[in-house]
Design a protein around this ligand. Structure first.
Ligand code: BES
Ligand code: MN
Ligand code: ZN
Length: 485
């Protein structure tokens, strides 16, 4: 990681070079007598008189050796604004030559704990990069030294954020890996290694899945030389044995489309077709790292959708784990086949309080919502509202889309219980969600998040510098923290 955050117990001398200070809206600086001389303070004041105070971050060179970065905070600033400001600061320090900064936390005169925690969280999230396959390693590491922590709560808060950052970065790493490295065999192996964090991990391989009767999932991976897996990860952090919260993820390590082959320009991105599963994994890792007081289970279906002499054909009919039969009219509508079995299995085995699935399921959701909102489909208003609110808070937004029995009808098949695409056309994301809903057998509250437009950012966003976003980890962590812990 290119940023390291350190906590310094002692104060710094006035000679220190790069200083980060907070001020209020009018750029009035708090208690910094130990850091800046009187003349330096009045010099800044004069400069501020001629500056554009609409800017949130100002940089002053006091002399050739001393630089001040001044950040203005409003008292009632939204959390996501503070995180974005941290991210903006990363941009500023990353483009400069210097690598060591001192952040004077005492210069904030309001509720320090959360402000600073969120600020550093944003900075850290933005600093992520995936450079594993660059042979030339850049050695630049920026240290941000926090000076003057007033009490330990802020530090403990930081531990929570750290867990969330690690979970998010783990998800981003998984999504960033190319298909030749992170195939289902390798993915399953990496998940087993999460036992070290305290998760209970169970891997169901092809043989076990065959015995269980998961033909829908197995059919998708049938053309691949790699294995197909269902992996469960359990975290039991609640004192009682309350029903777990369940999270299910689509883990298509590469989606060629199968015999319903994708054109090249749509295929090249399909290394991120496992982003739903990565969000589930990142969330579970985060829960374990921060020892969340909740029972939760993550379930991911890991397959590779390939063409070969043995691959699934359009028109094949498979029997899902639920017992319902599916006519696979389009082998590129594979995510729902994987999720179908994973959903029924999760409901049957864990009897969860609710199920939320995440999947890069349809291109149609990108047509609807672009890269601003994930699509939310649900059979439960309360759960939907909770997810919506959590999304607003952490700026991983969702927008609810309709389900209706008339859409459901479009998935009926002449030859089997249902088909995997809707031949009338239109409402591609909703009909996919209707298909999934058919595999929730016991009316468990369920929500489906179509994250096809959110999982990968070509040009970067507020809290990422481009590439895998880790969308879903912070959203679901917020949902849990706010409502279930
Ligand atoms: N993985 C794709 C959806 C996707 C598209 C994700 C673009 C991210 C970016 C999914 O498996 C797929 O191919 N869906 C088809 C469904 C269709 C055949 C009914 C689609 O969206 O075209
Ligand atoms: Mn597909
Ligand atoms: Zn796919």
């Amino acid at each position: 990681m290119p940023v390291k955050i350190n906590y310094l117990k002692k104060t710094i001398s006035k000679k220190s070079l790069n200083i980060i200070l907070f001020s209020n809206e009018e750029f009035k600086i708090g208690n910094v007598k130990k850091i800046l001389s009187n003349s330096e303070q009045s010099y800044i004041k004069d400069l501020l008189k001629t500056s554009d105070l609409k800017k949130k971050i100002m940089i002053f060179d006091l002399n050739s050796k001393k630089k001040i970065i001044l950040i203005s905070l409003k008292k009632d600033q939204k959390i996501s604004d503070i995180e974005n400001l941290g991210a903006e600061l990363f941009g500023r320090v990353n483009s400069g030559k210097n690598t060591e900064y001192f952040l004077i936390s005492d210069s904030i005169d309001y509720k320090l704990n959360n402000l600073l925690g969120h600020f550093l969280h944003g900075l850290k999230l933005k600093s992520y990069e995936f450079k594993k396959y660059k042979t030339k390693k850049s050695s630049k590491l920026i240290s941000i030294n926090i000076v003057g922590i007033k009490n330990v709560t802020s530090f403990q808060n930081r531990l929570k954020f750290k867990a969330l950052e690690e979970g998010t970065f783990y998800a981003r790493d998984l999504v960033s890996e190319p298909g030749n490295i992170l195939h289902p065999d390798e993915y399953a192996k990496r998940l087993i290694s999460l036992k070290k964090d305290g998760l209970k991990v169970n891997v169901y391989d092809k043989t076990k899945l065959k015995k269980l009767g998961m033909e829908a999932l197995l059919g998708v991976g049938q053309g691949s030389v790699r294995g197909s897996y269902l992996v469960t990860m359990e975290w039991n952090g609640a004192k009682n044995n309350s029903k777990p919260l369940a999270f299910v993820g689509k883990g298509v390590c590469f989606d060629t489309g199968g015999y319903s082959l994708k054109p090249a320009r749509f295929m090249e991105d399909m290394t991120y077709d496992m982003a739903g599963s990565a969000a589930v994994v990142g969330l579970m890792k985060n829960l374990a790292l921060r020892k969340a007081k909740v029972n939760a289970v993550g379930v991911v279906g890991l397959v590779e959708n390939m063409v070969s002499g043995n691959a699934q054909r359009p028109g094949d009919i498979v029997k899902s784990y639920s017992g319902k039969t599916i006519e696979v009219l389009n082998t590129d509508a594979e995510g729902r086949l994987v999720l179908a079995d994973a959903l029924t299995f999760t409901e049957r085995k864990f009897k969860p309080k609710f199920i939320i699935d995440l999947a890069t399921l349809t291109g149609a959701i990108i047509v609807c919502l672009g890269s601003e909102y994930a699509g939310l489909f649900s059979n439960d208003d309360k759960l939907s509202n909770q997810i919506f609110k959590a999304g607003e808070k952490v700026d991983e937004k969702v927008w609810r889309m309709p389900l209706h029995k008339n859409y459901d009808k479009l998935m009926n098949s002449k030859n089997a219980d249902m088909q995997n695409i809707n031949y009338v056309g239109g409402a591609g994301s909703t009909t996919a969600a209707q298909f999934l809903q058919r595999f929730i057998l016991n009316k468990t509250p369920w929500a489906h998040l179509d994250i096809a437009g959110m999982a990968f950012s070509k040009y970067g966003g507020a809290l990422n510098s481009g590439g895998a976003t880790g969308f879903g980890v912070r959203l679901l962590n917020q949902l849990i923290e706010e409502n279930y812990e």
